[in-house]
Ligand binder design. Structure first.
Ligand code: PMP
Length: 287
């Protein structure tokens, strides 16, 4: 079955789906995106994704292309057209297409909207979570506005590739003061030896992950104490547990950092309990 993408009002087989060569997303990475989990035939936390998408657009002064209701219609249709029951939905909105020039086009052009969806077997994620993943650390060489979910992901791609080449699944960025900011596509957490959850505050230096936001609620529900503060790789190595979060990986235990085992080198009970409890705190909208 050929996959179907939405591009500016049309549903097209991927082979025929394209944006213009002078789209500003392509030319300048002048675009933002969202990745939403699809689980059991439902979109997970669409409202939080809409809120973050609109914030990213606002910060870059790109027009909001359509209402949330209209967006939801397209999201469902793309997911259904691709027969996705479990997987993810990708949304990209660029400033639009205009003759190449760094300054914003005047008058403003219509934003480009692209959506794709893909199936991902749940069992694969569960098998990985049982094993846990290794992470490496790399210097954070990104721009300051990583709170905006822009498609300008070159440092993230380089970091993820470095992780892969080191036999790891994720790279944690480390800031100039020696603190972990976040992963190349995930937020970073540790569990201290006295059972406190630690994750960096989302005001500066990281993307405010939707999974992170929801997990703070889950932690509260489970009666866990959370400290929103930065931690170092050394603290992570000495912690009881570590894990990462994202809409695609959910809560994924980390078993080593730069080759040093975290805890007993196996997925920790807190991470696994949070993974298990996560979806009870999510909004779910049937496709
Ligand atoms: N940080 C970065 C850099 C990311 O790319 C992502 C994934 N979009 C996250 C954190 C996690 O965000 P979310 O929980 O919304 O998937």
């Amino acid at each position: 079955m050929s996959r179907i993408a939405y591009v500016n009002g049309q549903y097209l087989p991927h082979a025929n789906a394209a944006v213009h060569v002078e789209d500003r997303g392509f030319q300048f990475a002048d675009a933002v995106y969202e990745v939403c989990e699809i689980r059991d035939g439902c979109l997970v936390d669409p409202t939080l994704h809409f809120e973050r998408l609109e914030r990213s657009l606002r910060e870059l002064r790109i027009a909001v292309p359509t209402s949330r209701a209209a967006m939801l219609v397209v999201m469902r249709r793309v997911a259904r057209a691709n027969r996705v029951h479990d997987g993810s939905l990708y949304i990209q909105v660029s400033r639009g297409r205009a003759r190449r020039d760094h300054v914003f086009p005047t008058p403003a052009v219509r934003p480009t909207v692209v959506m794709t969806a893909k199936s991902v077997a749940r069992a694969k994620g569960e098998a990985l979570a049982e094993q846990g993943i290794r992470v490496i650390t790399v210097p954070d060489n990104r721009w300051e506005r990583v709170d905006i979910k822009s498609v300008s992901l070159l440092p993230n791609c380089l970091a993820k590739q470095a992780a892969k080449e080191a036999g790891a699944k994720e790279a944690w960025f480390v800031d100039a003061d020696g603190f972990v900011t976040e992963g190349s596509s995930t937020n970073a957490w540790i569990v201290t030896r006295d059972g406190r959850l630690v994750t960096r505050p989302a005001e500066f230096g990281i993307l405010r992950g939707i999974t992170r936001t929801v997990l703070l609620d889950v932690a509260d529900r489970l009666g866990l104490i959370v400290e929103e503060r930065a931690f170092t790789p050394a603290e992570a190595k000495a912690a009881a547990e570590a894990f990462i979060t994202a809409a695609t990986t959910l809560v994924m235990p980390v078993v080593s950092v730069d080759g040093d085992a975290v805890g007993d080198g196996r997925p920790g009970p807190t991470a696994l309990a949070l993974r298990q409890a996560f979806h009870a705190s999510t909004e779910r909208v049937p496709l």
